[in-house]
Write a protein that binds this ligand. Structure first.
Ligand code: 0X9
Ligand code: ZN
Length: 427
């Protein structure tokens, strides 16, 4: 009996985060997006999945439904539409996450790329997650081990655990660049003239939890010591952190919980510290879903004084993306749409470091998938349409790389920063 109790309490301990926060009682609901219900919805602190064609989609708990009913806000339950057609989420090909990368699969594939193309690719461990997983950067450049006087750009993926496609697009970008370096003159020009950093998985602990326990998990795995788990990594950056309670939440149970202070989360410290060593000229952070290109500000509806150039670059990326599969990603100012965010990546990289910064919300698109989650067969089409935009941004960095005086500042910062830990490829 005692043994059974020990086993049961162990299971409860393991399942703690699941029982504490969610189970199968969540529904995906659709709400008509209009200006009248905007304030009320923001106050309810709902778990927003995406905005699409005048609707917003939410992962709603029973309490959320009660709150919506109390405010007389109409909604439709659409859970049945949001699972892959034939297979369940957990039975797609080749394991729990199919062709999408798990943490160990990504680690293996990044190492293999660096192993196969050691002249242009290096895997660098930029820091550890809360659960001691490595946060990897794939660094791509000619003379990749050297600090050269050249432009630099960063692509990030998967701040939010459930956004699996946001790992694949930056990973495939890195793969494309190194595999085509030897044969494609344009790729060679970009790689020769730019120091390209790709961090496909900012939130490895959350991703693993999403794969193995709860597909909708969004935050990291911080134990908030009050029965709740997780900080929203896209609310933990230091620029205007906690500016208001609309763009993030002080409530630890919220899906947009900002943490107890700016940069409390090690995953975000890793990104911050990398910026302490590099002078990036531009940033993209991949998310999903919504199929849109967002630029600062997110914390306010107001435009920044760089609105024109931010829109110009975003719109150019939008046109390039549309030319591939015909899908339109509108370029918009983040805070001018339906909702505000504070402490997000792009407000920080733009506000603190002054560089053009984009959140690219990847699809789904009902014309391809017919449901909410992307199918494995959507990975390549989504990557393909994002590729020319990423190449354009790398070229933009090269074209606008500043003069020598900026470079010497870069070298000073490089020497002051803590050393990066280089993981040599496995042989
Ligand atoms: O809310 C976020 O952190 C992002 N969207 S997501 O659905 N992937 O979670 C980015 C939001 C961008 N900023 C604003 N809309 N203000
Ligand atoms: Zn996201």
């Amino acid at each position: 009996m005692k043994n059974i109790l020990i086993v049961l309490s162990f299971i409860c301990f393991i399942l703690g985060p699941i029982d504490a926060q969610h189970s199968t009682d969540r529904e995906i609901i659709r709400i008509d997006k209009n200006q009248e219900n905007r304030e009320e919805l923001l106050e309810l602190n709902l778990d927003l999945l995406m905005e699409k064609e005048g609707n917003i989609y939410i992962v709603a708990s029973p309490n959320d439904l009660i709150a919506l009913d109390a405010k007389n806000i109409p909604y439709d339950i659409e859970s049945h539409k949001f699972y892959p057609r034939e297979q369940g989420v957990f039975t797609i090909q080749s394991g729990a996450n199919g062709d999408f990368h798990s943490y160990t699969e990504l680690e293996r594939d990044l190492m293999a790329l660096a192993d196969a193309y050691p002249d242009v690719a290096q895997v660098i461990d930029i820091g550890d997650s809360l659960e001691q997983r490595n946060i990897y950067a794939l660094r791509i450049s000619d003379n990749v081990g050297l600090q050269e006087n050249e432009a630099s750009v960063i692509f990030l993926g998967c701040h939010h655990a459930r956004e699996w496609i946001s790992v694949e697009v930056p990973y495939l970008l890195g793969k494309y660049l190194v595999e085509n370096y030897g044969t494609d003159a344009e790729v060679k020009r970009l790689v020769d003239n730019c120091d390209i950093w790709i961090v496909p998985l900012v939130n490895p602990d959350g991703l693993e939890y999403s794969i193995h326990f709860y597909r909708y998990w969004r935050k990291n795995m911080r134990n908030n010591e009050d029965g709740t788990y997780g900080v929203d990594l896209n609310r933990n950056y230091g620029y205007k952190w906690g500016w208001d309670n609309l763009g993030s939440s002080p409530n630890s149970a919220s899906e947009v919980y900002r943490g107890t202070g700016p940069f409390t989360e090690p995953e975000i410290q890793a990104v911050r510290d990398l910026f302490g060593q590099k002078n990036f000229q531009a940033l993209v952070s991949y998310h999903n879903y919504s199929q849109v290109i967002l630029y600062p500000w997110g914390f306010t509806e107001e435009a920044s004084d760089k609105e024109d150039i931010l829109f110009e670059i975003g719109d150019k990326m939008s046109q390039l993306m549309k030319s591939v599969n015909g899908r339109y990603y509108a370029a918009e100012r983040a805070g001018a749409g339906f909702y505000l965010t504070n402490g997000d990546t792009t407000d920080w990289s733009f506000g603190e470091h002054g560089i053009p910064s984009y959140t690219i919300e990847l699809p789904p698109d009902s014309r391809i998938t017919g449901e909410f989650f992307n199918a494995e067969s959507d990975i390549l089409p989504i990557f393909n349409e994002n590729l020319p935009a990423a190449l354009y941004l790398i070229d933009w960095c090269i074209q606008t790389y500043p003069s020598q005086s900026h470079t010497s500042q870069s070298h000073t910062r490089q020497q002051q920063g803590k050393s990066l830990r280089i993981r040599y490829p496995v042989t």
